[in-house]
Design a protein around this ligand. Structure first.
Ligand SMILES: [Ca+2]
Length: 468
């Protein structure tokens, strides 16, 4: 009997929490001496931790990976803006598989995969029409105080701070359901992403810490998430549900503190300035293709099943979420476009489905106009089980511009801070990875349906709204 059928019987509940713009550095347990995250530390201690888990370096692209099981370009998403954050409407997405498996499903918070009601083939993009029984959401950021949220398409106003509201509403939805039916909740906070606004009680925690006002607020937002995670964990413990509940905590890209890598104190070369925010020894933050931009926290708490307090350093990523959760829920996706693999064997410590020669491509995307995609081609990390090949900024162009001649190779296993460029030592490897990337890019381009639509119709949407 395979792992898939073993859990189909039991069908555990799944609460999947994803926060916005938060790195390994913002969990105190990894060595941050200033931030306070006692509840996440506790979860960290009791979880299986994927420590080499890669997503995109921006919001919508990572969410596209989770929902589609593909690198985001293959799901049509190449940006966080300009209608290129619309998750193509002609594929089956994660909550739809949970419906097939007999789960009730909800999403609460930030969707960021639908700048429009429907997509290019006329099918819906909004979450309550894509497999979530209940979606209480905003298309992008949730207002910090007294936010308006859409409940299955109808606007409702809430009182209070967004972090508290999203966790409250999640618990209410779980509470009001039939205990006999397993549930899947996708809870996506839009904090600690900017605008930086936090309740005073959390800001007070960092008085006298030596941080700037902005940094205090950023950390306060993380501590609000932490307190709410603690509430959720205690509440779950008290409930004593009949079936097991898996709690997953992850984040969507490296840390930012409002202005991408710069805001958190990284230079354009990815190195932390002396006054920069702690980043767990990694290089780079949000929007950058070094380890700190794409390698994010992934904690999985599954008492009695997953070994608690273990690190798994298998090369894994956002594309693996859909196959993994489908495996746990007992449903087999019949979608040939899925690129991820199930991590369930890793979780059970039985074996792994991740091939030894796996390559994960993490691309920065975000060109101004679809016609310019070629100029951004090398803003990518080509990640193997040991090495990272990147092309680094040329020092004069925009944030996402890198130079083809500035290729660099790092052995992130022995050099996690990516300080030693060893490209001259491994010419054959570099040649092989570059060739793999060239082939990948040609395939990925085919999936960029929103870009091609804009090119075909001549309606290019970008910084100046429309341009020829
Ligand atoms: Ca983000």
């Amino acid at each position: 009997m395979g792992a898939l059928s073993a859990f189909a019987e039991e069908r555990p509940n799944i609460i999947f929490v994803i926060t916005d713009d938060m790195s390994w550095g913002e969990i105190a347990r990894t060595g941050n001496k200033i931030i306070r995250t006692p509840n996440l530390d506790c979860l960290y201690d009791q979880s299986l931790r994927f420590r080499n888990f890669h997503v995109a370096s921006y919001c919508a692209p990572t969410r596209a990976q989770l929902m589609s099981g593909r690198q985001e370009f293959f799901a049509g998403v190449t940006d966080t803006r300009y209608e290129r954050d619309n998750l193509r409407d002609d594929i089956t997405i994660l909550p739809q598989y949970f419906k097939q498996a007999g789960y009730r499903t909800a999403m609460v918070g930030k969707w960021h995969l639908a700048s429009k009601e429907s997509g290019l083939t006329g099918k819906p993009l909004v979450p309550h029409k894509r497999g979530f029984d209940m979606a209480l959401y905003t298309r992008n950021q949730v207002g910090r105080y007294n936010p308006w949220l859409s409940r299955n398409g109808k606007q409702e106003e809430f009182q209070g701070y967004c972090g508290d509201i999203l966790f409250d509403e999640t618990m209410k939805w779980i509470e009001n359901g039939d205990e006999e039916q397993p549930y899947f909740v996708y809870l996506a906070t839009s904090i600690p992403h900017g605008p930086l606004v936090a309740p005073e009680e959390f800001r007070k925690m960092y008085e006298g810490s030596g941080l700037t006002e902005k940094e205090i607020t950023y950390y306060a937002m993380v501590s609000n998430v932490d307190t709410n995670m603690g509430r959720l964990m205690k509440w779950l413990e008290k409930r004593q549900d009949k079936r097991k509940t898996i709690l997953i905590f992850m984040t969507d890209n490296g840390h930012s503190c409002t202005k991408g890598f710069d805001g958190a104190g990284h230079n354009r070369d990815g190195f932390l300035r002396p006054d920069g925010l702690y980043n767990a020894g990694l290089r780079g933050g949000k929007g950058q293709q070094w380890h700190g931009g794409t390698c994010v926290p992934f904690l999985l708490y599954w008492p009695g099943v997953a070994d608690q307090g273990r690190d798994d350093t298998t090369l894994a990523g956002g594309i693996d979420i859909l196959p993994t959760l489908c495996d746990i829920a007992g449903v087999k996706p019949d979608d040939m476009g899925i690129q991820g693999v199930s991590l369930l064997p890793n979780i059970l410590e039985e074996s792994t489905h991740v091939p030894e020669n796996r390559i994960i491509f993490s691309h920065g995307g975000r060109w101004n106009y679809p016609t310019e995609m070629g100029k951004y081609k090398y803003n990518v990390a080509v990640i193997t089980d040991r090495y990272r090949l990147v092309w680094e900024p040329d020092g004069k162009k925009g944030q996402n511009m890198v130079a083809k001649e500035n290729s660099a190779l790092y052995d992130y296993r022995s050099d996690p801070g990516e300080k030693q460029n060893i490209i001259d030592l491994h010419p054959e490897l570099v040649q092989r990875l570059t060739a793999a990337y060239e082939a990948w890019w040609e395939e990925a381009k085919k999936g960029m349906v929103n870009d091609w639509h804009q090119i075909k119709t001549g309606k290019l949407i970008g910084p100046e709204k429309e341009k020829k």
